[in-house]
Design a protein around this ligand. Structure first.
Ligand SMILES: Cc1cc2nc3c(=O)[nH]c(=O)nc-3n(C[C@H](O)[C@H](O)[C@H](O)COP(=O)(O)OP(=O)(O)OC[C@H]3O[C@@H](n4cnc5c(N)ncnc54)[C@H](O)[C@@H]3O)c2cc1C
Length: 488
């Protein structure tokens, strides 16, 4: 009887053992389930195998095997993504970067850190702290999420209002292309000539290359910080205050909002005692005198816009409590309902009051509860749609409301995602924001890096396989662009 050839995935797994060592390849079906999804729990796929390389060269060697056999692969950091970006392909390989978690070099005079992709966001600031430096992008998941995942998602956070997103803090990235070639994108020199290929990589959701090293810009810790919480009778009045603060030329380090439901959730995890419909957290940082004058102006604006009370963090510990309340709110909402959907949309911040009203109307009309906790200064909303998955029909109702909220954001001139990415969750909504020509252009650029479509396929850009007919999508683009890919 003729021997049955092993599947390409199992063949790659066997050969990868020689590259990364036998302990770093997972093919056991129970262990593979650990990798079946990210933070988007309602979409799952068990991968064919998981490989955990220990160096850039090992990543490249494993990718070369995938390229040889035409097997798709997906990079995975901490799996904290909320849009299914790290969801595996059943016939593909997961390349986990968790072993690459060193800060390789801290260049204090130049305020830079060279890091591996699996290092957590918070770790970079911890290592820089003794030198009076920190890494500015601060996603709420910063204790667990990785720099590789941050680059892929162009992660933001509370302080990105003043300091910008990941893309503003990365100088270079070493990446492995889909044929296993190792290249460096970006430049240590400011404003280098040429096309911004690093800009294409950042926010590409793992679809153009695997990041194996990054050079990050660090900032000096601000001289002085003041944090206040203003209590408002409604989310709408708090929204007015946000627009007024920015319109008056003040750029706080952060402006975050939590509504009553989100506050109630946070109370289950933190010592806050706020009793209000909407809490506006405003943080100001910079030289002492500048912060003090802005602080007085912000307090006056909040009072003018109807704040009943303004509390000030009187110590670093109180400031930490405020931020713990804000950053724990997503997870804490789990205490209020058996299940919830996290939504992520953007609107022009001047439209906050109208959109918050619209969200409430949608929630009431569908009989579901929606908690709001978000980056108000950026107009980046995170409505959390609560439901009971044991009650028939509730999940469908919650999903309907979540989609309607995003459509509302687009109707108000906003976007389908602010910082959680498109992933698989919103891939079919891309055509709501972009024309067929736009999508074709994106696909051509992506194909220049990955002509064979092996690098995290079916994410970010709609494909006929996932979304049915897609305006402007032609498979031939991958072939047309292949020549360009060779020249990268
Ligand atoms: C409670 C909670 C709060 C959150 N708050 C925020 C927030 O404030 N701001 C924000 O922006 N996000 C937030 N997120 C979302 C998430 O943490 C970020 O998107 C984060 O950047 C994902 O990092 P990760 O290491 O977990 O990546 P993963 O989830 O593992 O992967 C995310 C994407 O990145 C790709 N990827 C991972 N590593 C690499 C690599 N080395 N090279 C190329 N591609 C790679 C994956 O293929 C995937 O497409 C939050 C998530 C949770 C659960």
């Amino acid at each position: 009887m003729a021997a049955v050839a092993p599947s390409p995935v199992l063949e790659i797994a066997a050969r990868a053992r020689d590259i990364v060592g036998p302990d770093w390849v997972v093919t056991d079906s129970a262990q593979l389930r650990v990798y079946e999804c990210d933070g988007l729990k309602n979409q799952r796929e068990v991968p064919g195998a998981v490989v955990l390389p220990g160096s850039t060269e090992q990543v490249a060697a494993v990718v070369r095997l995938c390229h040889e056999r035409g097997v798709p692969f997906v990079a995975r950091g901490a799996g904290s993504g909320l849009s299914g970006g790290a969801m595996p392909n059943a016939e593909g390989i997961v390349i986990g970067l968790s072993r690459l978690r060193e800060v390789l070099d801290l260049d204090v005079p130049n305020q830079r850190a060279r890091v591996q992709p699996g290092v957590t966001n918070l770790r970079v600031s911890e290592v820089a702290a003794p030198h009076g430096l920190y890494y500015a992008p601060d996603p709420s998941s910063q204790q667990v999420c990785t720099i590789g995942g941050n680059l892929a998602e162009n992660a933001g956070g509370a302080h990105c209002l003043k300091y910008g997103f990941t893309t503003n803090h990365v100088l270079t990235a070493t990446v492995v292309l889909s044929d296993g070639t190792i290249v460096e994108l970006g430049s240590e020199a400011p404003d280098a000539p040429g096309l911004d290929l690093l800009g294409v990589l950042i926010g590409s959701e793992g679809t153009v290359a695997i990041v194996t090293e990054a050079l990050l810009n660090l900032l000096p810790k601000p001289q002085h910080v003041e944090t206040l919480v203003a209590m408002f009778p409604s989310s709408e009045t708090a929204g007015e205050a946000v627009s007024t603060i920015i319109a008056e030329g003040i750029v706080p380090a952060a402006v975050e909002m939590m509504d009553r439901l989100a506050i109630d959730a946070a109370k289950t995890q933190t010592p806050i005692t706020w009793d209000t419909e909407a809490a506006l957290i405003v943080e100001l940082d910079g030289p002492v005198r500048e912060v003090q004058s802005q602080f007085e102006a912000v307090t006056a604006i909040c009072e003018r816009c109807g704040a009943d009370e303004v509390q000030v963090a009187a110590s670093p510990a109180e400031r930490m409590d405020i931020w713990r309340a804000r950053k724990s709110a997503f997870a804490a909402v789990g205490a209020l309902a058996p299940a919830y959907l996290v939504q992520d949309g953007v609107i022009p911040r001047t439209r906050l009051p109208e959109v918050l009203n619209g969200i409430r109307a949608l929630a009431d009309a569908n009989g579901v509860r929606v908690a709001n906790v978000f980056h108000a200064g950026d107009g980046n909303l995170h409505p959390l749609v609560l439901y009971d998955n044991k009650v028939e029909g509730e999940q469908e109702r919650a999903e309907r409301v979540a989609i309607a909220i995003i459509e509302l954001c687009v109707d108000f001139g906003g976007s389908i995602t602010g910082e959680h990415g498109v992933g698989v969750e919103k891939v079919c909504s891309m055509s709501k924001m972009f024309t067929g020509d736009d999508l074709t252009t994106f696909d051509r650029v992506r194909s220049a890096f990955d002509p064979d479509g092996l690098c995290n396929p079916d994410k970010l850009l709609p494909t006929p396989r996932l979304c049915g007919e897609v305006p402007g999508f032609h498979h031939t683009h991958r072939v047309e662009a292949a020549g360009l890919g060779e020249r990268l």
